[in-house]
Design a protein. Structure first.
Length: 83
């Protein structure tokens, strides 16, 4: 295995682990977003630009979900609808 393959294995393993833990705390959603960015970098470095592009989009989706979840936890009612 070369270094790029190990990096790819690490990034997709991190995505799997953080995805499995997402319901526990919002920080795991943020971790998933970061792992998606690593997966995106792997895709581009490997030359599979469609994979890299889709993983970058997944990272943006996860960041949005993290912001919404963190905001809802910080609001007084817990629903994300601050006054």
């Amino acid at each position: 295995m070369d270094a790029l393959t190990i990096f790819g294995l690490f990034s997709v393993t991190a995505m799997l682990v953080f995805y499995a833990l997402e319901d526990r705390k919002p920080v795991y959603i943020l971790g998933f977003a970061g792992a998606c960015l690593l997966g995106s970098a792997y895709g581009f470095l490997q030359g599979a630009w469609p994979f890299g592009l889709v993983e970058a989009i997944w990272a943006a989706v996860a960041m949005r979900r993290w912001r919404l979840k963190a905001k809802s936890r910080d609001s007084p009612s817990g629903t994300g609808e601050g006054r």
